[in-house]
Design a protein around this ligand. Structure first.
Ligand SMILES: Nc1ncnc2c1ncn2[C@@H]1O[C@H](COP(=O)(O)OP(=O)(O)OP(=O)(O)O)[C@@H](O)[C@H]1O
Length: 362
């Protein structure tokens, strides 16, 4: 039985990447298919960070191709390649940063910074080069959560080097101000300081830069959304009505400036009593999910209200680092993967999805 490249392509049409739900041919992940008698070789290139998925996908490919009549040996190399995506029109791109993801919340204290750092660490754990920009001017908490102290180096004039924490490149307004002096800056000062921090940090070949946005939907957030070249936004909310109301405002704000919404993360969704395992929806149930249905955006996942999330973040070792194989880290990793996949798929239809954007400052 002669094996042809066409036979192999047909077989690969039935190999579904469980993360994207797409087959390896329609997603254009299968490349360099070569057939030499009964030997087949190919590359599979995934568009999202997927270190933990490589073995699984290799096995799926080998199992499927071994069933093709005439095939004896299959060798496949699974790699990942993260590409840069479009941002809102008229905003200058950042060299050395492929994708910027804004993590935002309509309301303060919903766990935006904790979620942002854990998602950044989850992307890094899957093999991506990740940076985090702490733009939360009112409460810069990334230095503490990443256990970073000191001040950034400045090797060249007008630029600073990112600090490092748990493998992330980090830049924070918190590195440059006295943590004990209250921030009484006016709006324009805040946005220009943050834009400088973004553009004058020497990011080193970052696949994803996570921006921990200041909470709220006021002028500062709107101006930032217009100035930062964002690939997409993730909105963090708690399930109670008041937080959801503010999250809706956040969603509208990003829509207004032409930034696609990647999805919504619900934080502190459920409390599980550590003594008796009783589950309580302290802040209500299903709110985030409903909001996603109403607005046609993705529900990325939900995190429980859990003491260890707070303790680990506060001690400078966020959950994804402190307990990488635990159940909560698995949730963060699952959400991070969904975000990366959404971002990977954005490049293809950005132009048709966002034809013309009118920015209104109302
Ligand atoms: N799922 C969770 N379970 C328990 N505690 C949490 C959870 N998420 C966040 N926290 C804790 O809640 C507090 C507020 O979280 P965080 O600073 O991330 O919120 P934020 O929305 O960024 O706040 P701000 O708007 O003030 O910047 C922190 O002490 C954090 O450790």
């Amino acid at each position: 039985m002669t094996v042809t490249v066409e036979n192999i392509q047909n077989a690969l049409k039935s190999v579904i990447d469980p993360n994207t739900g797409k087959d390896l041919i329609s997603s254009k992940s299968a490349k360099n298919i070569k057939v030499d008698g009964s030997d087949v070789s190919l590359d599979v290139v995934l568009a999202y960070p997927a270190k933990s998925q490589i073995d699984l996908i290799r096995k799926l490919v080998i199992t499927a191709l071994r069933e093709v009549p005439g095939v004896k040996n299959v060798s496949t190399n699974v790699t990942m390649s993260i590409v840069a995506h479009t941002v809102q029109r008229g905003v200058k791109l950042l060299p050395n940063v492929k994708n910027i993801i804004a993590v935002s919340s309509g309301k303060g204290g919903v766990g935006k910074s904790t979620t942002a750092v854990n998602l950044a660490l989850a992307l890094a754990a899957e093999g991506a080069t990740v940076g985090i920009l702490d733009a939360d001017i009112y409460g810069p908490s990334q230095p503490m959560m990443l256990g970073i102290t000191g001040r950034p180096e400045s090797i060249a004039e007008n630029t600073i080097e990112p600090m490092e924490g748990h493998g992330l490149q980090a830049s924070s307004i918190g590195f440059l101000i006295d943590p004990d002096s209250p921030m009484v800056w006016r709006g324009p000062m805040v946005t220009s300081a943050l834009e400088q921090l973004l553009r004058q940090t020497n990011w080193r070949d970052v696949d994803y830069l996570i921006v921990d946005m200041p909470p709220g939907t006021g002028d500062i957030q709107l101006t930032l959304s217009q100035k930062v070249p964002v690939t997409g936004a993730v909105i963090v909310t708690t399930p109670q009505d008041i937080a959801l109301l503010d999250a809706r405002k956040g969603l509208k704000m990003f829509e207004k400036v032409g930034i696609p919404i990647i999805g919504i993360v619900e934080n502190m969704s459920i409390y599980v009593c550590p003594n008796c395992d009783h589950q309580e929806h302290i802040f209500g149930q299903g709110g985030g999910q409903k909001m996603c249905t109403d607005y046609g955006v993705d529900f990325l996942g939900s995190l429980p209200l859990n003491l260890s999330i707070r303790e680990q973040a506060d001690s400078g070792r966020p959950t994804v680092v402190a307990d990488p194989d635990g159940a909560i880290s698995a949730i963060y990793k699952g959400i991070a993967r969904k975000i990366a996949i959404q971002v990977a798929e954005m490049s293809k239809d950005m132009s048709s999805k966002f034809p013309s954007i009118v920015v209104q400052n109302t």
